[in-house]
Design a protein around this ligand. Structure first.
Ligand code: TA6
Length: 295
């Protein structure tokens, strides 16, 4: 998990605020502050200088092995939501609920760069018995860039989906609208599943849980309350997921305050349902998202 000989740049400290056995990297560089847990390779705080927090994390999040932090950018991998054929397997896969290896922490004038990796273990093989190597990279500066690369180390074709399940802080859910999805087909998974087409901008006034398909365009979250916009640019992502639990689902989540549905919206770079990648022997795939705030 943690190579004690790894030298950290001056702008990065190793924090035990979340427990001696739950290492968190705290970033404080000229452009932003941030926090990355080795557990799940999980970015859970990013605040550009002069801005309000961009990444939302629940004040009731749980920081312990095996439980994904509620908020931040959970890595849903190698599948999104329920496993396509075996619903007994963990929802959102195996990446977000275990410790990753910290491979390197470097910096440039523009950003801090953190690289972590995950390799098969007895525990992962029990769930997904495939020869893989996964690399997560978090780059924090005036923008935040999160990427997840899958290498197929085996001879068999690897089917890989997933999502960078990004929780974005908003002034109030009633103050936001989302553009960039107009005319895009989506699967509405709230209640009876149905395929629909997005008409114009998306506003949120009820539970929203949608998989937008075959879309690679930039998505913009416009927050009237804080007079800012957050750009979400995706690469290696054919789907985009928009999620807000609204009142009932928020109450059902024990690691989220009941009223917290008002404080965030998830805009996720994803490859869901049929938008998965088939990696032949030796092939790799990178799913990435870049966040940028503008006023
Ligand atoms: O991204 C949308 C979603 O798949 C929702 O259906 C909801 O389950 C959400 O992810 C959170 O999932 P989690 O397992 O983190 O509670």
């Amino acid at each position: 998990m943690l190579n004690e000989t790894l030298i950290l740049p001056d702008t990065v400290t190793l924090s035990s605020e979340y427990g001696e056995k739950y290492p968190v990297l705290e970033i404080d560089n000229p452009h932003c502050t941030g926090k990355v847990a080795l557990h799940g390779a999980h970015l859970f705080q990013w605040t550009p200088r002069g801005e309000k927090s961009v990444i939302y994390t629940s004040p009731e999040a749980i920081y312990k092995e095996g439980k994904a932090i509620r908020g931040g950018v959970p890595l849903c991998w190698p599948w999104f939501n329920a496993h396509p054929t075996d619903t007994s397997l963990p929802s959102h896969g195996i990446a977000r609920n275990r410790f990753w290896e910290l491979d390197s922490v470097t910096e440039t004038e523009a950003e801090t760069i953190i690289q972590l990796s995950l390799s098969p273990s007895d525990a992962t093989r029990e769930i997904w018995d495939q020869p893989f190597h996964a690399i997560a990279e978090v780059r924090l500066g005036k923008e935040a860039h999160i990427s997840l690369t899958t290498h197929n180390l085996g001879a068999e074709t690897l089917t890989v989906g997933g999502a960078l399940h990004t929780y974005l802080t908003v002034s109030h859910i009633s103050e936001v609208k989302v553009s960039g999805l107009d005319g895009t087909t989506y699967i509405d998974t709230v209640g009876e599943e149905a395929e629909k087409i997005q008409g114009g901008d998306l506003t949120i006034s009820e539970e929203v849980d949608r998989i937008y398909q075959d879309t690679e365009k930039e998505i913009m979250l416009h927050d009237e309350g804080w007079n800012r916009s957050i750009s979400v640019k995706r690469t290696g992502s054919k789907s985009a997921v928009i999620w807000n639990p609204w009142i009932d689902k928020a109450q059902a989540l024990s690691d989220l305050p009941d009223a917290a549905y008002q404080d965030f919206l998830c805009i996720e770079a994803a490859n869901a349902r049929q938008d998965v990648s088939l990696l032949n022997k030796g092939e790799s795939h990178t799913l990435a998202t870049t966040l940028k705030v503008s006023s």
